[in-house]
Ligand binder design. Structure first.
Ligand code: ADP
Ligand code: ZN
Length: 868
């Protein structure tokens, strides 16, 4: 086994150096947060030996100038000498350059081993270097546990993300910085307290304990109950006394003080106030719920890491099943992680878990760093039994993981859109498999990935086919908007049918409420000159500006570029410039005119900027202060309003226009999720969908509420076209201010990918030449069909023998948003199977150190959900 690459090259070591046991040193393998990727070796100097542990951050000298750079210490090893001999050094790397190559770690050899091809090109040079010394240790205690480090190493490899950046992404900012903590004096009982208390005073002939005042005894009794040493004021509060008895006890030697670093008192108080949820009684489960629960409990009791897909409409009682399973986990002294989409992480959701499960830690993006740190501590120490949070809560450092639940598992927000671009479901599967814990995925409209996993028997399907209390699923009606457009009758956003239904609902009962969904914010979404035909575009982005009426501006939703709303065409001066397309502001205005007596609440990212605004709006609607709630997708999901009798989806089709093979899945999901909002209480609900494509299979299936029918036909289409989930996908996006440069580099990426696929197949013993004459086999999804297309890596597999990695490359081509924030964008996707080899190919490209032109940046997205 070779050692990992030293963090520097010091050619000036004495050649006579030979092994001397007294020279044995400790070597830290570190990963830079913001520096070259890979693991690097540094000598741990004597003065840091005591303090440094894996999982802490260090400062390491990097490069010829030895600038001090933050890195994570991933591993500590012993080594005979600080001189590293026989280092395999790529010839391209001169001693003057910063090392860019990944080294090989002892613990994680797979992490950083150079690809075989690269190794071939490496000339062996027997050269020797002295390891540089670490400069300092940043953290007082490890901020990543051994499990956390292992997770980070896996994650970095799985998503082709630099290790240091990945580790940094696992630990929330508040935890990384010792923010909110300060040195505090705390009190603890003297270690020999009982001996001291029983000692008999010879003069008074009494036990020391009996000589204490009533108050002092009470302080000691209370101290024994505490799990953590209190501060003076905290102790005063629990023992209901002033500082006098405490100080007296200290002076008598019964109490000792010590200095510790603690989260500030403010946060201790905040955490106390949270525990106020009134306990609620569990329901008696219905037959389906019981069956689902039994299956999960079976896995729990056998410590099986089974994965379950709990398929049930909104209101079918999924959450009740989660809670029961978690109760069992908690009774074993283990912890549970519950992931919900950020948007449904409301106090109601949290209260529901708290009321039944007690100590619940919450992690979401609206927490301050301080709050997050406090929650993190609660979790790491095992004090919180249940963690409820958004995506990143999957990294919660629970000591003993008993179960992971992902509610609304189809939600795309479970995939992170910055490095590391992980999907929480994939991370959850990895964690639960390692810790022998079950994974429960719940949804009314499962992702096709999960449905495919059910078909492959990787997941067990549990179905809740009926709504609790047998509430009927609300009927869905489609209004064909084409007829209306042809008639030219109305110019409003609402069709007559929907207007009538709103009116009927409002009149029928003064408590009735209505939800209208329109996925565009602003007033007009389109400003165009009827004279010259020009539309008002953002100069930085390839998108139209949206008119916002309140500020009378035209604004870009991507870069915030804005101009005063033009009254005449800026191109030809024509005065009758047309504002078209519907945004939420315009719909609000239309509703105000049509239904002047109904209070209307608009919710979109413009109205919910302020902290807690989102929550305040929803509470007000729940209290019945508004009759109509209109908004973007932020109102579509997971909200439970018993008085909503009508849900209208204004522009159900929008997603269908997008050049994305997931468009049908998203549209279907949106309609079904939104329809889950109607009729949740005792009232009957209904859903009206306005569509220009009423015959589209996604719309037809949504109207029938037929998930299984939709999933099966959509999967058949994906299989035929060779799209995920039948193959894996990896997307590359390059961007930069010069279009030619970006296009050129995207082509370079494509070439490198093609080469990498060949290399991987070659490495796995595939010889395309030997098979050229044989007839092609029936094709696997994802196998290329058309070898004449030069963008396709094509293999014509012979009978019985096929390339180990079958892959095709789409693109490079301009991305659908060809320009954003002044950068031109090109993308390409490689699709293929098996996923592990596909990632190996992409990793070769990432490690190839391709020289991008100046200002061109690129990213790699494994299992992308985004295609724009
Ligand atoms: P989901 O998570 O599938 O949307 P919930 O678990 O939130 O469904 O259940 C919907 C509603 O029905 C909740 O108000 C819940 O308290 C109630 N509920 C769930 N299970 C039962 C049951 N077995 N009996 C009566 N009410 C139930
Ligand atoms: Zn813009």
């Amino acid at each position: 086994m070779t050692t990992s690459r030293p963090g520097f090259f010091d050619p000036s070591f004495p050649a006579w150096e030979s092994y001397d046991p007294s020279r044995e040193i400790t070597v830290a393998k570190v990963a830079f947060v913001d520096g070259p990727d890979g693991l690097f070796d540094y000598k741990v100097p004597e003065r840091l030996l005591e303090r440094l542990r894996p999982g802490m951050r260090v400062l390491a000298p990097l490069g010829i100038k030895n600038r001090s750079v933050t890195a994570y210490c991933v591993e500590l090893t012993q080594q005979e000498s600080e001189v590293v001999a026989e280092l395999e050094k790529p010839t391209s790397l001169s001693a003057e350059e910063e090392p860019k190559e990944s080294g090989e770690g002892l613990l994680f050899p797979e992490l950083a081993s150079p690809a075989p091809e690269q190794r071939k090109k490496t000339k062996k040079k027997t050269k020797t270097f002295r390891l540089k010394e670490l400069l300092d240790v940043v953290d007082k205690k490890p901020i990543l546990s051994a499990k956390g480090l292992e997770l980070g190493v896996w994650l970095s490899k799985r998503y082709l993300a630099p290790l240091g950046q990945t580790l940094d992404g696992i630990v929330p900012a508040g935890v990384r910085d010792s923010i909110g903590t300060r040195m505090t004096t705390v009190y603890e009982l003297a270690p020999d307290i009982d001996k001291k208390l029983n000692r008999v005073d010879e003069v008074k002939n009494k036990r020391a304990y009996d000589l204490l005042t009533h108050k002092q005894r009470y302080v000691i009794d209370e101290m024994r109950k505490l799990t953590e040493p209190p501060t003076l004021s905290e102790l005063g509060r629990v023992a209901k006394c002033s500082s006098a008895p405490i100080t007296a006890l200290k002076n008598l030697g019964f109490l000792r003080v010590k200095r510790v670093r603690r989260v500030s008192d403010f946060y201790t108080e905040l955490l106390e106030t949270e525990k106020t949820a009134a306990p609620t009684e569990p329901h008696i489960l219905n037959e389906e719920q019981q069956k689902a629960l039994d299956a999960i409990l079976g896995a729990l009791r056998n410590e099986e890491s089974s994965a379950f897909l709990l398929h049930g409409a909104t209101g079918s009682g999924k959450t009740e099943v989660y809670i029961r399973a978690i109760e069992e986990v908690v009774s074993y002294g283990k912890q549970a992680i519950v992931l919900v989409p950020e948007i449904s992480l409301t106090p109601q959701t949290v209260q529901r878990f708290r009321a039944r499960l007690g100590s619940v830690a919450v992690l979401h993006s609206r927490l301050t760093d301080l709050e997050r740190k406090a929650e993190w501590e609660k979790i790491a120490t095992g004090k919180a039994k249940v963690v409820v949070g958004a995506r990143s809560a999957i990294f919660a450092p629970v000591p003993r993981l008993g179960i992971v639940v992902i509610d609304e598992e189809h939600e795309t927000s479970f995939k992170q859109d910055v490095t590391p671009r992980y999907h929480a479901r994939v991370v959850a599967r990895w964690r639960t498999q390692r810790e022998n814990a079950p994974l429960v995925l719940g949804s009314a409209t499962p992702s096709l990935e999960s449905w495919r996993n059910v078909q492959l028997k990787n997941y067990k399907l549990l179905t809740l086919a009926h709504r609790v209390r047998n509430l009927p699923q609300p009927p869905v009606y489609v209004v064909d908007m084409r007829a209306r457009a042809a008639s030219g009758f109305s110019t409003g956003a609402l069709c007559r049918r929907l207007c009538r239904d709103i009116e009927t609902a409002l009149d029928a009962d003064p408590t009735n409420q209505i939800v209208l969904l329109l996925n565009r914010r602003g007033f007009s979404t389109h400003i165009q000159c009827p004279s010259c035909g020009e539309t008002i575009q953002c100069p930085n982005c390839d998108v139209a500006l949206t008119h916002h009426i309140t500020q009378q501006i035209a604004i870009c939703h991507y870069c915030d570029f804005q101009i005063p709303a033009p009254k005449s065409c800026p191109y030809c001066g024509f005065v009758g410039i047309k504002y078209g397309g519907f945004g939420t502001q315009k719909l609000e205005q239309e509703l105000c005119v049509q239904f002047p007596n109904a209070p209307i609440l608009r919710m979109d990212s413009d109205t919910t900027q302020a902290k807690d605004a989102h929550e305040k709006c929803l509470s007000a609607f729940r209290r019945g202060e508004y009759r109509i709630l209109l908004g973007t997708q932020m109102i579509a999901k997971g909200l439970d309003f018993p008085n909503v009798v009508l849900v209208g989806i204004i522009n159900a089709d929008v997603a269908l226009h997008l050049p994305d093979y997931r468009a049908a899945e998203r549209t279907f999901g949106l309609i079904l999720q939104a329809s889950g909002r109607a009729g949740r209480g005792d009232k009957e609900g209904k859903v009206v969908v306005q569509s220009y494509y009423p015959d589209h299979p996604a719309i037809v299936a949504a109207v029938k509420g037929d998930y299984i029918g939709f999933a099966n036909s959509e999967l058949a289409a994906r299989r035929a076209l060779g799209f995920p989930p039948f193959v894996s996908a990896i997307r590359f996006v390059a961007r930069g201010p010069d279009e030619q440069d970006v296009a050129e580099f995207a082509r370079t990426l494509g070439d490198a990918l093609r080469e990498a696929v060949r290399e991987i197949n070659d490495k796995h013993g595939y010889d395309p030449g030997a098979l050229a004459a044989s007839a092609p086999e029936p094709e696997e999804p994802g196998a290329a069909r058309d070898s004449s297309d030069r963008n396709v890596v094509s293999f014509r597999p012979a009978k019985r023998v096929r390339p180990p990695l079958v892959a095709r490359i789409l693109g490079p081509a301009p991305a659908p948003f060809a320009k954003l924030r002044g950068n031109f964008r090109f993308h390409l996707q490689i699709l293929g199977a098996p996923g592990a080899l596909l990632r190996d190919a992409a990793e070769l490209v990432c490690n190839a150190k391709l020289k991008a032109p100046r200002h061109v940046q690129w990213i790699v997205d494994v299992d992308p959900l985004e295609s724009l």
